[in-house]
Design a protein around this ligand. Structure first.
Ligand SMILES: [Zn+2]
Length: 144
């Protein structure tokens, strides 16, 4: 069965990040870049916080970066019981130099060898599933 985040959107969201999720569903990481000042912005907004422009270009970005921070989940919390079989798992915050060092989160894929602040990682995209709350999921793998 195939899923799409469009059918499971978070109620009350401002939807500025919808293009991010649509691109991920198409297998592409794309991030918003202001059409006015060319600054990268994340999380997505409808208006640029630097120059006030309402126009953004969604630019494909290579899913490559460095570990900014990470945490290990050791308990299957109620809101993410879909991941209970993965516990313990690691969630990373990754900085993307190609996109002005914006930071994106994602669950670690593969083993933890080499896991450290500053480790180089490469992203891949998991299709939407019940486990990912019907959103496509960016995953990060440590490059050896
Ligand atoms: Zn701007």
């Amino acid at each position: 069965m195939s899923y799409s985040f469009e059918q499971h959107k978070i109620v009350g969201a401002i939807e500025a990040d919808d293009p991010f999720w649509r691109s991920l569903e198409d297998g592409v990481l794309a991030l918003p870049r202001c059409a006015g000042c060319h600054g990268w912005t994340w999380p997505a907004h409808h208006r640029c916080g630097q120059c006030g422009s309402w126009q953004f270009d969604w630019v494909p970005v290579k899913p490559e970066g460095y570990v900014f921070s990470y945490t290990r989940t050791r308990y299957a919390f109620d809101r993410v019981l879909e991941r209970k079989d993965d516990v313990p798992y690691v969630t990373l915050v990754v900085e993307l130099p190609e996109a002005g060092n914006v930071r994106l989160m994602g669950v670690l894929k593969g083993d933890e060898t080499g896991l450290a602040i500053g480790a180089r990682v490469r992203g891949s995209i998991d299709s939407p599933s019940a486990k990912t709350k019907f959103y496509p999921a960016l995953r990060w793998e440590i490059e050896g």
